[in-house]
Design a protein. Structure first.
Ligand code: GSH
Length: 215
């Protein structure tokens, strides 16, 4: 494995991975400098024995903080807050706010991501002539049902939980960038979701790590 050039936390993972983007955005919000190293897809590395020793899932991101190694992007974000900025409003200690935001982190992995992956891959990572547009429109309807849940939740709210920007906004904001960026399918107008998204998309961490063209 490449020798560390600093004692900063290192994030292994390619810049166009939504799960890497979440972690990098979180680091930015914390004012924490991390070193990102390309890995995954066209960059390879994830099947190498030394990478598998860190992350046997052969997935990105993987965090290395000195002698501590961690995988799962949401857990990495929690760790970064707890280790480097435990009083941060990104991860409030108040039980109902904490539980509310954890709910969205769980939902993103258990429900949203499995539904939106076929749509993202089918549009963004599939050549136009190979796209099954009927299947993609059906996938769009399925994902729209989930974003409608968020649209309803966001009525009268600026952020997802506790009227402050938290890890939940980072996580779902990174997925929302994909939803709003996907073209060529019919998507419903979701005004509360759009208002929330426009607000968080103005943050510098989003601009630096998430706003890039989808790839
Ligand atoms: N639940 C895991 C999912 C990790 C995952 O599936 N990462 C994708 C990128 S978003 C990946 O590693 N894909 C294969 C690759 O990039 O080679 C997490 O949140 O970290």
């Amino acid at each position: 494995m490449t020798a560390p050039t600093t004692d900063k936390p290192r994030i292994w993972g390619r810049a166009n991975s939504v799960n890497v983007q979440k972690v990098m955005w979180c680091s930015h919000e914390l004012g924490l400098t991390v070193e990102r190293i390309d890995a995954g897809m066209q960059h390879g590395r994830t099947q190498d024995a030394d990478y598998l020793a860190m992350n046997p899932n052969a997935r990105v991101p993987t965090l290395v903080d000195r002698d501590f190694v961690l995988w799962e992007s949401n857990s990495i974000m929690r760790y970064l807050v707890l280790q480097f900025a435990p009083a941060s409003s990104l991860y409030p200690a108040e039980p109902r706010i904490r539980a509310g935001l954890e709910r969205w982190l769980d939902w993103s992995l258990s429900t949203l991501q499995p539904a939106e992956r076929p749509l993202f891959w089918g549009i963004v990572r599939t050549a136009p002539e190979k796209r099954d547009m009927a299947a993609l429109q059906a996938a769009t309807e399925a994902v729209a049902q989930l974003w409608r849940i968020l649209d309803s939740h966001l009525a009268g709210r600026t952020y997802l939980e506790g009227e402050q920007f938290t890890l939940a906004d980072i996580t779902l904001g990174a997925y929302a960038r994909r939803w709003f960026g996907i073209e060529g399918v019919d998507k419903p107008v979701l005004p509360n979701l759009r208002r929330w998204y426009d607000g968080i998309a103005a943050r510098s961490g989003f601009q630096v790590y998430v706003a890039q063209p989808l790839s």
